[in-house]
Design a binder for this molecule. Structure first.
Ligand SMILES: Cc1cc2nc3c(=O)[nH]c(=O)nc-3n(C[C@H](O)[C@H](O)[C@H](O)COP(=O)(O)OP(=O)(O)OC[C@H]3O[C@@H](n4cnc5c(N)ncnc54)[C@H](O)[C@@H]3O)c2cc1C
Length: 447
């Protein structure tokens, strides 16, 4: 069946230049993802919550059932860009439209195996692993039979500068011995947790600081690897996935678990994060849209009439709703542009557009969701709505995958490199101004 994008809520927010680039197979998938979220995920939110509350560190039965169904409906691993042989065939731009829809429900991406950190990890393994390593680790991740974590951050250094990562990896013959501490990475307490993709320091005295680090796989049940506690995020434990705090005490893994080779962690880290960052941003836009819809519903709620007027009848709220709408649409353009640059010019060329998304979107989403909570009133800050979870997610994306300040620092430094070219251009204006002043007999003033 051919899906029509006309007057279709699955496509209403997609800008026309993007619609023009969507291929028929992508249009079909976007429609399926929309139907999936609306009919299978959002209505199941209460069941998911109740099941997690009952058995905290176990993936709930409803998630297992939905994953099975999504897989058989061909809605698994949609994020993997079409240049990978394992890809279901969407471009970054096409997948971005799906990711926005998935963002409407906090955990929906997981039903489709399109959630972080799995997406970045699968892409990493698909890009850098040998066929044997792929068979062992990529296959179960893509099948959804195992979970993984990416473990880089440490408590004792500024992890946004990854050259400081200090966990020790000593290569002794055919074994790597690991000692140190790590923060974050999904909880070992969940039985499905299979592997940690660990970044550590294997050659601390190498004069080239970009060659000191190694990335390898640590199976979660390896002796000596211990999860000390779960880290809560603004009070949420994010069970059943969580965020572990880990100690490595003489953890031994075979050298075959090293990805790409010793000293090559930075090549891997650079390749990992581009698409993942824009997935987060599109999901944030989807959830901010949902927050906005809740504010709209509250604006016409006949039970809520301060001073005898609907909330949406106050000019200040009409203005607020307009401003939020404008910002949401602008946010989407920024991220879809980043996806398109990645598709048409590659991830490296997309560096600026990806940073632009990573800096702007979480900040704007935090502000808009906050405003929606405010319009909703007291209940907007309680478990009666999804707003607090959404706000927390937007807030943590400002830090996760690198703090926005670090990205701004990089963008600012790159911008400063463009200054000499502007100086040359302005000097050219001055030369011409002098010539024109002489021609027309006007005094040439310097400022
Ligand atoms: C919910 C959540 C999930 C996470 N998941 C993972 C995970 O799965 N795996 C993982 O390894 N890590 C994870 N992290 C950790 C996250 O990636 C790090 O916290 C982040 O990279 C920053 O490192 P840091 O905490 O050591 O802060 P630091 O590097 O110490 O930075 C602290 C602050 O210094 C400032 N700063 C840093 N650099 C600059 C700069 N260049 N210019 C100006 N100011 C600067 C910023 O304000 C920054 O927030 C997660 C974090 C959160 C909150």
């Amino acid at each position: 069946m051919t899906v029509s994008m006309e007057d279709n809520p699955a496509f209403n927010r997609i800008p026309s230049w993007v619609k023009a680039k969507l291929r028929p197979q992508a249009i079909d998938i976007i429609q399926k993802v929309y139907d999936w979220i609306e009919t299978e995920c959002i209505p199941a939110e209460a069941v998911y919550k109740a099941q997690v509350a009952k058995d905290h560190w176990k993936t709930p039965a409803v998630m297992h059932e939905l994953r099975k169904k999504a897989k058989s409906a061909g809605l698994f691993n949609l994020f993997l860009p079409d240049h990978f042989e394992e890809s279901p065939g969407l471009t970054n731009l096409e997948y971005s439209c799906c990711a926005e829809i998935m963002g409407r429900c906090y955990w929906a991406a997981q039903t489709m195996n399109c959630h972080a950190p799995e997406t970045g990890n699968i892409e990493l393994l698909a890009k850098y692993c040998t066929p044997e390593q792929k068979e062992k680790w990529l296959k179960p991740l893509m099948e959804g039979s195992m979970a993984s974590a990416y473990s880089m951050t440490e408590p004792d250094v500024a992890s946004s500068d990854a050259t400081q990562i200090g966990i020790s990896m000593k290569i002794e013959g055919d074994t790597v011995v690991i000692n140190g501490r790590k923060l974050y990475g999904n909880a070992q307490w969940n039985d499905e947790m299979g592997i940690y993709i660990l970044m550590g320091c294997s050659d601390p005295t190498n004069p080239n600081r970009w060659r000191r680090h190694t990335t390898l796989i640590v199976p979660s049940k390896t002796p000596g690897l211990k999860m000390k506690r779960n880290l809560t995020i603004m009070g949420y434990d994010h069970a059943p996935e969580g965020h572990g705090e880990y100690v490595y005490e003489n953890v031994r893994v075979p050298v075959e678990n090293i990805i790409l080779g010793p000293g090559r962690a930075f090549e891997i880290a650079q390749g990992r994060l581009g698409p993942g960052r824009i997935h987060h941003c599109m999901r944030l836009i989807g959830q901010t849209e949902r927050a906005y819809e809740l504010a709209l519903i509250r604006a016409i709620d006949p039970r809520k009439k301060p001073r005898g007027k609907l909330i949406g009848e106050f000019d200040s709220n009409i203005e607020r709703l307009a401003q939020m709408r404008l910002e949401l649409d602008a946010m989407r353009l920024v991220v879809l542009n980043a996806a398109d640059v990645m598709d048409t010019q590659g991830n490296k060329a997309g560096k600026y557009a990806i940073a632009q998304s990573k800096i702007l979107i979480p900040n704007m989403a935090v502000r808009i969701i906050d405003e929606c909570m405010q319009m909703y009133g007291g209940q907007g800050l309680t478990q009666h709505t999804v707003l607090p979870e959404m706000w927390t997610y937007a807030r943590f994306v400002r830090v996760a995958d690198g703090p926005d300040a670090a990205h701004r620092h990089q963008v600012g430094r790159d911008q400063l490199k463009t200054a000499p070219a502007f100086k040359a251009r302005f000097d050219g204006y001055e030369t011409r101004r002098k010539e024109l002043c002489e021609k027309w007999g006007i005094e040439f003033e310097t400022f």
